[in-house]
Design a protein around this ligand. Structure first.
Ligand code: GDP
Length: 295
């Protein structure tokens, strides 16, 4: 992933501070004006940018002098800490059921990478020594069932499917099957649509009430920027999310979704998709992301 534009502009803004032995309030404010512009150009939500810059400015202007760092380096440290906090502070993990199986419901719009990511996640857990099961509940496109079978085969995880049957029924049967076969993680691939609509939300709510998932993960496409943030907001309001998997970060040159989703929805990014291959999934670490953004 390469937020080159953002990294370059932030570095340019902060570089003006690092050469100085002492910083005036004016120096800090000027640098923060550039930081603000860089974030807005990266498509970060403007309320988020405003709050962030305010926090950084307050801390930077009122900073205590530290012996070990120059004032400029101290500002960079503050920016790093605030970016980390913005993305959730620490790593958020998937909720695991006290009594297996853990049920994970994957939701998202068509094209976001939901089916691929369901496969990636199954492979991720398998590598950790778990025994996952994938469930095909995206019944409207026969190609989606086939696609899940293909990714399941690639990562060596079985796929439970019952064709075009009612998804709620399929999910119930899958849970029975998982218990019998001692599968400890059940990953349900649900229907996607091109846009959020009532019918989709009804179906997902019905599915949620029936299977009582321990974790509902939204799969969202980082390249759609603030649209991804709005999608997350809508899904969270209707369904209640536990977290987000942000896909296609490898193709995202701006970073607006990564930096806004947690602040806008309150729901953390738990994993990121960094490529088309099934191993291209990483747990999300806010501190590492902040450091990468600052370059
Ligand atoms: P669905 O309609 O939401 O189930 O989406 P798919 O799983 O079919 O994925 C749509 C496209 O996005 C496919 O071509 C995937 O290979 C691609 N894709 C998914 N995740 C990533 C990712 O993290 N990076 C890249 N570059 N492509 C991805």
């Amino acid at each position: 992933m390469a937020f080159e534009g953002l990294t370059g502009k932030l570095q340019a803004a902060l570089k003006k501070l690092t050469g100085k032995g002492k910083l005036s309030e004016k120096d800090v404010k000027e640098a923060m004006r550039e930081v603000r512009l860089a974030l807005l150009e990266a498509d970060v939500n403007f309320v988020v940018v405003k709050d962030l810059v305010k926090k950084i400015t307050e801390r930077a202007v009122g900073q205590e002098i530290m012996q070990s760092l120059t004032p400029g380096q101290q500002v960079i440290k503050i920016v790093n800490e605030e970016l980390t906090a913005l993305m959730g502070g620490t790593q958020s993990k998937v909720n695991m059921a006290p009594n297996p199986p853990t049920v994970i419901m994957m939701v998202g719009l068509q094209g976001s990478g939901k089916t691929t990511t369901a496969g990636k996640l199954a492979g991720y857990f398998k590598k950790q020594g778990k025994n996952p099961l994938l469930v095909a509940c995206d019944i409207y496109r026969p190609a989606a069932i086939k696609q899940l079978q293909v990714v399941g085969q690639k990562v060596g995880v079985p796929v439970f499917e019952r064709g075009q049957k009612d998804p709620v029924q399929i999910a119930s049967e899958a849970l029975e099957f998982a218990k019998k076969e001692q599968r400890d993680i059940v990953i349900i691939d649900t229907a996607g649509r091109l846009h959020i609509n009532e019918e989709l939300m009804e179906e997902l709510s019905r599915l949620k009430s029936q299977v009582k998932p321990h974790e509902i993960l939204l799969v969202a496409d980082a390249m759609t920027g603030q649209d991804a943030v709005n999608v997350a907001k809508s899904f969270d309001e209707r369904l209640g999310l536990d977290g987000v998997i942000l896909t296609k970060l490898d193709g995202d040159t701006r970073g607006g979704a990564a930096l806004s989703i947690k602040a806008v929805t309150g729901k953390p990014i738990k994993f990121i998709g960094t490529g088309e291959k099934l191993e291209d999934l990483e747990p999300f670490h806010p501190d590492r992301m902040a450091s990468r953004i600052l370059g």
